[in-house]
Ligand binder design. Structure first.
Ligand code: KIV
Ligand code: ZN
Length: 537
């Protein structure tokens, strides 16, 4: 093990590309840790592996794969992501405790390029949680960072709530962490409190003041509580940070984190005033954005920058006129730059399996043979009911099918009678562990009656946290995508489905969520204690 700290950008595991006269900014993605921590955004093991692979393929430099001490599931996911990693550094999060750091190392050490990220809350409010004096905390930082560095050459340290930490104390603890062997110092704006001027200034002053600061990489980690996460991250780069921490779609607790797609595209489009570049393949942005929205169950708002459904839509007459004359009239980037294909021909009921496979390839979707079979059956069914099947319809079908384990609960048939002046009645037939069963229930509307029938056939105490319906395309024959989020004994699962019949899509989404709860329970056991990174003791 060498004893050298590594200069900016050199501990990322990638060959740094170069752009004349520009500095490289390293992209640290924490979708699978800070993003997944967002209540309700829980992903399954296989989904985490898939997202990690997409992040690696798109050129993310460092993937924060999870928080290994949080649960057995988190540990397994980080370990497997580390084992499968290709180019990216794989990082795990650990509290300032020796057993946390040891377990984190056990999970990440399998990566070609492992990193341990350890942190402690340094602001007055956060210091009060473990009830440590300033000196005791400084000692703990020295001890834990040295311990991490003895295990791993690549150590990141974060003073949580840095932007509300006293200046002198912040300088003192950063100096201690650098001396103890940290190679990256991350400055979190944990509660999204800072603003761009302050963000740039803080990094600039820290680099100018703290001894040893020029030997480490400074990182910025911003939350979006005041809607300034992207601006704050870019300002921090202007102040000297060379690592941006971010998530796909800005996923994350409360208002989320800095959105990867926003900082990456801002640096690409405004390289004239921000002389920095990243190694992200921006054409892969749209696909990963859709996958993260699907697996997390957090849809992207229509007018979200870069990846929102309307981000490149120009509907008003004056815009359309300008666009037809010259696309640059209203577009500062091309849809193709983020992987949006200019709308291609829709499929119809005469399209065969080869056309469907080609379309999936065009949309950047890879599916296994079983899933393709399932998608094809649903596509044919949809094409019989809907004249034109658009790209978004196909993507909704992909979301509604799985390539994973056989599902224990399956819907066979659903009949609903409803109207004005009385309760709705749903008659549902399901296959449960291979056995056919049916039930009829009344409810306050068709969805309520259907969900009651599911509960009658598969009694459970899962609480409905979210029920969301979206139309995929325009028209009364549009498919509806439905998301259902359930919570049972602290475990959360999101199910999704799509159909031209909203009630059928709702039933399937509900059953899909129940199947996911069953899988999670089988894989992790109900007695696993899940801890939060905020339980700092
Ligand atoms: O927001 C935060 O402070 C964090 C730390 C664990 C880096 O996510
Ligand atoms: Zn955070």
């Amino acid at each position: 093990m060498t004893d050298t700290t590594k200069p900016a950008g050199q501990d990322t595991g990638r060959d740094a590309g170069q752009e004349a006269g520009k500095d490289r900014v390293v992209i640290f993605d924490t979708t699978l840790r800070d993003g997944e921590q967002s209540p309700g955004a829980t992903m399954t093991h296989d989904e985490k592996l898939e997202i990690a692979e997409l992040l690696d393929d798109m050129g993310v430099d460092i993937i924060e794969a999870g928080f290994p001490i949080a649960s057995e599931g988190d540990f397994r996911a980080v370990k497997e992501i580390a084992e499968r990693s290709k180019n990216a550094v794989i990082c795990g999060l650990a509290r300032a405790q020796l057993p946390d750091i040891d377990l984190c190392w056990e999970a990440v050490k399998h990566a070609g390029q492992p990193r341990i990220h350890t942190f402690i809350g340094t602001s007055p409010l956060h210091r009060a949680i473990p009830n440590l004096t300033m000196d005791e905390m400084a000692e703990r930082i020295e001890q834990t960072v040295s311990h991490a560095r003895n295990l791993c050459d690549n150590v990141q340290w974060s003073p949580m709530d840095a932007t509300r930490t006293e200046w002198d104390y912040l300088c003192r603890v950063i100096e201690i962490a650098i001396k103890a062997g940290a190679t990256t110092i991350n400055i979190p704006d944990t509660v999204g409190y800072t603003e761009p001027g302050e963000s740039a200034d803080l990094i600039r002053r820290l680099i100018a003041t703290v001894p040893g600061a020029d030997e480490v990489v400074f990182a910025t980690h911003c939350h979006n509580d005041l809607g300034m996460a992207t601006a704050n991250a870019l300002a921090a780069v202007a102040g000297g940070a060379r690592q941006i921490e971010c998530t796909i779609n800005g996923l994350g607790e409360r208002a989320g984190n800095t959105a990867l797609e926003e900082v990456v595209m801002a640096l690409k489009v405004r390289g004239d005033v921000m002389p920095y570049y990243t190694d992200i393949d921006t054409k892969k942005i749209m696909h990963i954005s859709r996958r993260v929205a699907t697996v997390s169950g957090f849809p992207v708002q229509f007018n979200k920058a870069i990846v929102g459904k309307n981000a490149f839509a120009h509907e008003s007459g004056i815009h359309q006129d300008g666009m037809l004359k010259n696309a640059e009239t209203f577009e500062i980037m091309r849809p193709e730059d983020v992987g949006l294909k200019s709308s291609s021909l829709p499929l119809g009921k005469h399209s065969g399996r080869a056309a469907l496979r080609a379309k999936l390839g065009e949309l950047g979707v890879e599916v296994g043979d079983n899933q393709l079979k399932d998608i094809f059956v649903r596509f044919k069914d949809l094409a019989d009911r809907k004249k034109e099947v658009f790209d978004d319809d196909i993507l909704a079908l992909v979301t509604a099918t799985t390539d994973g384990d056989a599902e224990r609960l399956q819907m066979v048939n659903l009949k609903v009678v409803c109207g004005t002046g009385g309760p709705a009645e749903a008659t549902l037939e399901m296959e449960i562990d291979g056995e056919d069963r049916s039930a009829s229930c009344q409810g306050d509307g068709p969805v309520d009656a259907t969900f009651k029938a599911v509960r009658e056939l598969h009694p459970n105490k899962a609480r409905l946290q979210l029920y969301q319906v979206h139309a995929v395309t325009e028209g009364t024959d549009a498919q509806a995508t439905v998301s259902v989020r359930l919570e049972e004994d602290g475990m959360i699962a999101t199910g999704q489905s799509a159909d031209t019949d909203t009630v059928v899509a709702s039933a399937r989404a509900y059953i899909n969520a129940l199947n996911r709860l069953l899988v999670r329970r089988e894989k992790t056991g109900t007695d696993v204690k899940e801890i939060s990174y905020k339980d700092v003791t």
